[in-house]
Design a protein around this ligand. Structure first.
Ligand SMILES: [Zn+2]
Length: 77
């Protein structure tokens, strides 16, 4: 049986599209980072989930998509 500890950081997995190769891949960020960026209107740094080591700031569309993922997660609680 697996045990979950309270120190485990909850993360959110979401699809990102790499600006270099346009390939969609899953990224993962701590929920706290996403929540803070969305609620404080801070920039949110995304990282490509493909072979490229690319980072960029989330666009309005990407932020909106993340907001929906985040809301659907928090509503499960
Ligand atoms: Zn790529």
């Amino acid at each position: 049986m697996s045990t979950k500890t309270a120190t485990e950081t909850p993360t959110l997995r979401f699809p990102t599209v790499c600006p270099r190769c346009s390939r969609e891949a899953l990224s993962e960020l701590p929920l706290a980072v996403i929540a803070a960026a969305l609620t404080n209107d801070d920039k949110l740094l995304l990282r490509a989930g493909c072979c490229h080591d690319v980072t960029w700031y989330a666009s309005e569309a990407e932020r909106e998509q993340l907001r929906e993922y985040w809301l659907s997660l928090t509503m499960d609680d």
